[in-house]
Design a protein around this ligand. Sequence first.
Ligand code: FAD
Length: 340
Amino acid sequence: ESAVHRTDAVIIGAGPVGLFTVFQLGMSRIRSHVVDVLDAPGGQLTALYPEKPIYDIPAYPKVLAGDLVDHLMTQAAPFDPTFHLGQRVEGLERTADDTAWRLTTSAGVVLEAPAVIIAAGGGAFGPNRPPLPGIEAYEGSSVFYMVAKRAAFRDRRVVIAGGGDSAVDWAISLAEVAADVKVVHRRAKFRAAPDSVAQLHAMADSGRIELVVPYQLHGLEGEGGELSAVIVADLDGATRRLEADRLLPFFGLATNLGPLAEWNLTLDHQRIVVDPATCQTTLPGVFAVGDVASYPGKLKLILTGFAEASMAAHAAYAVVHPGQALHFEHSTTTGVPALA
Ligand code: FAD
């Protein structure tokens, strides 16, 4: 995917608040494109707690986070948003003719729009990278932070690092295709679903998986991005060399405001300062909503983010359709308006 897209508004972040912003913008006849670094919409709800019930969404006494995301996608669908997933927004600048904002993503996509709504939560989700010197040289060729295709690990000697659900589940799954699987964890005890842990131990007992515990990652050996061994150390610092051509570190996801911090926005403790009446940032036409937005009394809840999405959409109308009056309509009397 590589192209210049022109649209009315770009939403940074497909979390719950970004998704509801698509709906609210659509109600104001504003088309949108949505970018998220994750491969699926839903933000924290998808990445951190898809199966947790939420009790404080108005009119839903109880809703699973994953189901709420599905409902938000359904609600946004009539406005036909374009999603650019699996890529991070890196740059924000004015277009040469100063009529719009120009955003660039890590996948080389360029988006131009008069309005930008930042719904970036705590920042872009990314893997926690183990502090191994030179690891960058192996990323994407021998070191991976997720499994996109199991077949890519066929007949490989795989080292998995970590003790949570991802480490345990992928060890079990990859043991079916890999030449061998070793799991490095700094404790003997794994913190994952009990059934999965039991299966891991059963496979270790039968020799399908080797548990390398309690050990930590210590170093990498290889050349030209091709790994030949992973060095691990025990708690006393004694090292062991594990022959391997693939390493999968599963140390969880961290968020990082990343490029947003470079955009001349006014920040307060890693949040973007907005005018609470409009959610506009200190850059004209750039709004911030949801967890990333900061103003006195801010509550970091989905509910507040939804209300902020509505305020930002209202204020963005004047930016996208200058000089035209917004005839504020209730969705109940009009249904969902068609975009011209
Ligand atoms: P997020 O959900 O954080 O989504 C932001 C998205 O933006 C992310 O997907 C991120 O990858 C993306 N992004 C950021 N920067 C970039 C970039 N540069 N380029 C591309 N993409 C980017 N709230 C409640 O109201 N009720 C609850 O019961 C509740 N329970 C919770 C339980 C847990 C365990 C946690 C962790 C939080 C809970 N919360 C709850 C808080 C709630 O999840 C957040 O308030 C909500 O997710 C904020 O939504 P958001 O859309 O603003 O941001």
